[in-house]
Design a protein around this ligand. Sequence first.
Ligand SMILES: [Zn+2]
Length: 230
Amino acid sequence: MFMGHYGPAVWDTQRGKGDVLVPLWVGFLAVQFIDIIFAIFAIIGLEGDVRMAGGAPLFTIPYSHSLITALGWSFIGGLLFKGFRPTSGMRGFWVVFGLVFSHWVLDLIVHRPDLPLWPGSAIELGLGFWNYPILAFVLEMGLLSAALLYWMRVTTGPRSSVIGLSALFLFMGVLQVLFILVPGTEVQNGTFDATLGPQGVALGLSMLFTYGILCFSIAWIEKRRAPRVS
Ligand SMILES: [Zn+2]
């Protein structure tokens, strides 16, 4: 999954009741934490090889995306958040743990079976929703738009923040088309060529750059919006 990961980022039940427990920009980092780990591993050459199986690409992602290590990254993510914000307590830990782990659950839906139970495990999971690129696109953008609409409802701010959020949503939609929908339809048409994609260092750097831009953008918008206290 790509942009749909941002859906759960708005999940913070304290919104609308005063203080925000997990700011949205932190949520944006948490839901992509596992892909950020993957990007770093791709840069140092530890992960990121693409195997072709029946004309469709499978990724080699044993350390970033196995079930066991994903639970480990979620634990580390929760600890990091608690370290930076000790006042968030165990609740902060568990919310961030859940946000990080949501990445694996959503990847399970769209990935073709390339998510191992643990590094080296022969059992690899993935429901393969990416084999239906249009449906997958609707699912991912649906998750994202539902989340952003919810966030608009529980926060309040000037017009500039609404325009900023709309522009960001469009930008995210374009990224989704370029990186997931186009390759997805090429896989279906049998014209996909894995060697044309960015490899290793380029892939890792472009992912870090993309997630960084999205995090800074939402931080800029979030500064202009306040919880709507009911
Ligand atoms: Zn992922």
